[in-house]
Design a protein. Structure first.
Length: 296
């Protein structure tokens, strides 16, 4: 049976903007974040403490932390010890670490093999948990890798298990390049629910091949009730060739609410948030619900 309520984790200010070539002014990002909060978003990735040489768009992470209202559960991403220290210095209490299942992707993204990343992150995660912080583990290339091809389900499950053993509170399991099918979504999320029933399990779909809504429905059937989505369908990882945006928050919220599943989020409110950034992003925003909203 499907859940009555679903938690949406808005990733627009982070995944949505990190791949944008135009530098989006910090003030605009803060207005975007505020409008998303006004729309009812309570969990959101605000920014990431990564190298500004690698991802210049996220170079204002400390200013975002200083300027954003911190309601609900605001996340920041951090790839390593330096990023975690900077995030904590900026007051972050919910840290998202990220690792790819495949070495080829992980090397392109954070310049380490998966094993090297795990070795560096393990003591960091233990320390964060000792200090009472919330740890979210984002698992990239959980289904397919742009360099290595299809990824075996058990490989993903075993990486997820390691994060659970380290004490992570949440797994956000990602179809980085939007290649998973609903059958693959159902299979992996069913396995993860069976293997790790006690961890918060979140699905993160990119919509490259327009299968993300179908994949969400499949994940719901597998027992998942948390989804990462991005207002306007913005998003993409600069180091994952061929990946386009995340599944759009407004389209996911519309689908779920129409199915009688509560999200606490207003579709119009999300569209108003998109209005704050639309003129600053270089890609057209043509999601179902934003198009309807614009056409009155
Ligand atoms: P590196 O070059 O190997 O770093 O990059 P290093 O450890 O050798 O350090 C080199 C320099 O960078 C040093 O400075 C460090 O201090 C500095 P220098 O001595 O040269 O002056 N440095 C940092 N500066 C700021 N913040 C930091 C930091 N760390 C080191 N945290 C590194 C390694 C991890 C830093 C780099 O590869 C990086 O920043 N990668 C981030 C890539 C990224 O942001 N990707 C997108 C997010 S993940 C994603 O989108 C996927 C997801 O959505 C799920 C999905 O869809 O799959 C989550
Ligand atoms: Mg992503």
């Amino acid at each position: 049976s499907l859940p009555k309520k679903v938690e949406i984790i808005e990733v627009g200010p982070r995944d949505g903007l990190q791949n944008e070539k135009n530098r989006v002014p910090t003030e605009v990002k803060l207005r975007f974040i505020r409008a998303l909060q006004d729309a009812g978003v309570s969990e959101m990735e605000l920014t990431s403490f990564v190298s500004p040489k690698w991802v210049p768009q996220m170079g204002d992470a400390a200013d975002i932390m200083a300027g954003a209202k911190r309601t609900g559960r605001p996340f920041v991403l951090a790839p390593n010890e330096r990023g975690i220290a900077d995030a904590r210095a900026a007051g972050a209490e919910n840290i998202a670490v990220f690792v790819g299942v495949t070495d080829a992707f992980n090397k392109k993204n954070i310049n380490r093999t998966t094993e090297e990343s795990m070795k560096q992150l393990a003591p960091q995660i233990r320390k964060l948990k000792e200090d009472g912080l919330f740890v979210r583990a984002c698992i990239s290339t959980a289904f397919h890798c742009p360099f290595e091809g299809p990824v075996d389900t058990e490989r993903t499950v075993s990486l997820c298990r390691r994060f659970a053993e380290l004490g992570a509170d949440e797994l956000s399991v990602a179809d980085t390049i939007g290649m998973a099918t609903p059958e693959e979504s159902y299979r992996l999320f069913s396995r993860l629910k069976e293997e790790l029933p006690d961890i918060l399990l979140t699905a993160h779909f990119h919509d490259t091949r327009k299968m993300a809504l179908a994949n969400i429905f499949a994940a719901l059937q597998a027992g998942v009730s948390r989804f990462d989505t991005s207002a306007g369908g913005l998003g993409g990882c600069p180091f994952a060739p061929g990946a386009t945006g995340n599944v759009a928050t407004e389209d996911v919220v519309n689908m779920l609410e129409r199915m009688g599943i509560e999200t606490g989020i207003s579709v119009d409110g999300i569209c108003r948030a998109v209005d704050e950034v639309v003129s600053h992003v270089s890609r057209p925003i043509a999601t179902g619900m934003y198009t309807l909203y614009k056409n009155g």
